[in-house]
Design a protein around this ligand. Structure first.
Ligand SMILES: [Fe+2]
Ligand SMILES: [Fe+2]
Length: 134
């Protein structure tokens, strides 16, 4: 499975956001690789927990940035983060039920990693532009 990496095309221009996006993509990749290799359930659940914990930290940081700057699209942006967390919940339940292997890894890649990259590109970069044009 190909590694998903942060590239400068994904830069938002907001340092803390870019730093956290890089880290988050590393965590997505760790989980994807563990599942793809069919690692033990406890290893997968531990990768899953790191990803979820970091998602919470990151979304809280973006929420604070949006509220502080009175970003007009704050509510819609926060809703998208909630949709993502729901998706992550579904994935975790499957991992708890013992799902593993390449097919599950592709599902994670699509619903977690690719979703996140798309969100940075379409939604976070828009926020970055707003912050940098203030
Ligand atoms: Fe973000
Ligand atoms: Fe976001």
């Amino acid at each position: 499975m190909e590694k998903v990496k942060w590239t400068k095309e994904l830069a938002t221009g907001v340092e803390i956001m870019d730093k956290q996006h890089k880290m988050f993509l590393e965590l997505c990749d760790n989980l994807d690789q563990s599942v793809n290799k069919g690692k033990a359930k406890n290893d997968i659940l531990s990768d899953m927990k790191s990803l979820e914990d970091y998602a919470k930290v990151h979304f809280a940081a973006e929420k604070e940035i949006m509220e502080k700057s009175k970003y007009p699209e704050t509510d819609g942006h926060i809703k998208l983060h909630a949709v993502f967390m729901d998706e992550v919940n579904i994935i975790r339940k499957k991992a708890v039920a013992g799902e593993s292997g390449p097919k599950f890894a592709s599902e994670i890649k699509e619903k977690v990693t690719d979703w996140f990259v798309m969100h940075i590109d379409r939604t976070d970069r828009k926020l970055g532009k707003f912050i940098n044009n203030k």
